[in-house]
Design a protein around this ligand. Structure first.
Ligand code: HAM
Length: 427
């Protein structure tokens, strides 16, 4: 019979990797906590309209990439392609934005039907932060400061911050009209896809890779010329604060982002270490989104990072430490007395906060030592015939080359045994 395989672009996370994920997840949650962000968890499936209304109907995500289906009750539902919309929906539904500001973080799987390749998956994971209710440029700078601290805590170097302002939706609307007029005068040189975008989403023409279109794009009007003084002041203040914070950035006037809800500040942290999928973290302001989803006008800003891409960077940097390591591996000769002794000792070791694996089943002492070594344990404790008859345990350090030692054990862990275990294991 054919074996059933996982779905293309959706990956299993095996124990050897999950421990690194756990480590990274702990760092992310800790750093977000340092800035006052609290966790929010929302459902993986939402009404399709939520994403259409927030991300935008003419975006690649909504047009081509959503996992949308009709459920048994006839509702159109979608597996979330991102989480900002859900966070705002949840906040509105539970009155979280009523006379209060919110700093929220989340971590979980997102789904996009993209062409899978290295760093681009159909199920991927995002860690994100959303700050809702703050107007001024300070929160933009603080949020970026948080992202810079993430790299520091994860010992990652070489990431570059790109930043831009895309003005308000009104400014973009005026700009869009000028842009359409300009592209219309050069319509013969535009490729077919760009002509289609001219109607649906003219700003996306900037992303075209076709030579003739690119030549037209080079002389196209720039959004910067249509920004109000207020928008420009906001952006300048963010940049000045970044300088004061010692965070280097590169202004990229071409950075527009692929989701419609953005306004003013947008930013991305990019790397040259991951090939084509170079954006590790991306975000920006979305001052109109709460209102668009039925709330009162409320400013917001946030970001999300791809955990798979982050982990690849962590792996390349060699700075990863797995969150889970075996500390104590208890070897025994498989007699009932030895197994009872091993199980009792393991529980006492766990009571002291160390983790312990007991070998169960047959196997020579030599082969058990091999398994202990493979497990990565700091020490092996041996309970064989000699140990049972003389109420002893043999402790053998596996990583340091220190000599083995024998200590008394008759059902209770002595202070001497405990202090030896603590000394020989990495906490
Ligand atoms: P996004 O740029 O669509 O923004 O995604 C953010 C990050 O998620 C990307 O920079 C990338 O690291 C990761 N990512 C996206 N698609 C994939 C994929 N198919 N495979 C692997 N990783 C991927 C958002 O999602 C916005 N919600 C960010 C945001 C939050 N803006 C404001 N608040």
């Amino acid at each position: 019979m054919n074996k059933i395989q996982s779905i293309r672009g959706m990956n299993d996370l095996l124990p050897v990797e999950s421990s690194f994920w756990e480590h990274v997840e702990q760092v992310l949650a800790r750093v977000a906590g340092l800035y006052g962000y609290q966790e929010i968890r929302t459902p993986i499936i939402e009404h399709t309209a939520l994403f259409e209304r927030s991300i935008g109907e003419a975006t690649d995500i909504v047009e081509k990439e959503m996992y949308t289906f009709t459920d048994k009750g006839g509702d159109s539902l979608t597996m979330r392609p991102e989480n900002t919309a859900s966070v705002i929906r949840a906040g509105l539904e539970h009155g979280l934005f009523h006379h209060q500001n919110q700093k929220l973080w989340y971590l979980g799987p997102m789904f996009r039907h993209e062409r899978p390749q290295k760093g681009r998956y159909r199920q991927f994971h995002q860690f994100g932060c959303e700050a809702i209710g703050w107007e001024g440029p300070q929160i933009d700078a603080e949020l970026i400061q948080l992202t810079a601290r993430l790299w520091k805590h994860l010992c990652l170097k070489g990431l570059v911050l790109e930043i831009n302002t895309i003005g308000t939706s009104r400014e973009r609307w005026v700009y869009r009209e000028h842009l359409v007029k300009y592209f219309n005068t050069h319509i013969d040189q535009l490729d077919e896809d760009s002509r289609r975008r001219l109607i649906s989403n003219p700003l996306r023409i900037f992303d075209s890779k076709v030579g003739t279109t690119q030549a037209v794009v080079t002389d196209a009007p720039q959004l910067q010329a249509f920004l109000s003084d207020e928008s420009r002041k906001h952006f300048d203040a963010v940049c000045e604060q970044l300088v004061r914070d010692g965070i280097e950035y590169r202004i990229n006037p071409r950075l527009v982002r692929g989701l419609d809800y953005y306004s003013l500040t947008v930013f991305e942290w990019v790397t040259d270490q991951l090939g084509a999928q170079n954006a590790v973290l991306a975000g920006g302001r979305y001052d109109g989104l709460v209102e668009q989803l039925g709330g009162k006008p409320t400013p917001g800003i946030g970001f999300a990072m791809g955990i798979e891409r982050l982990l690849e960077l962590v792996r390349l940097s060699g700075s990863a430490t797995p969150a889970y390591r075996v500390q104590v591996y208890i070897i025994n000769d498989n007699t009932s007395v030895a197994i009872n002794m091993a199980s009792a000792l393991a529980e006492q070791v766990r009571d002291k906060g160390l983790n312990a694996l007991v070998h169960f089943g047959a196997g020579s002492i030599k082969s058990q030592f091999k398994k202990a070594d493979q497990s990565g344990a700091d020490i092996a404790i041996v309970i064989g015939e000699d140990e049972v008859s003389s109420n002893l345990v043999t402790i053998k350090p596996l990583r340091t080359g220190q000599p083995q030692a024998q200590l008394p054990y008759s059902g209770e862990m002595s202070p001497e045994l405990l202090s030896t275990l603590l000394k020989l294991t990495v906490q």
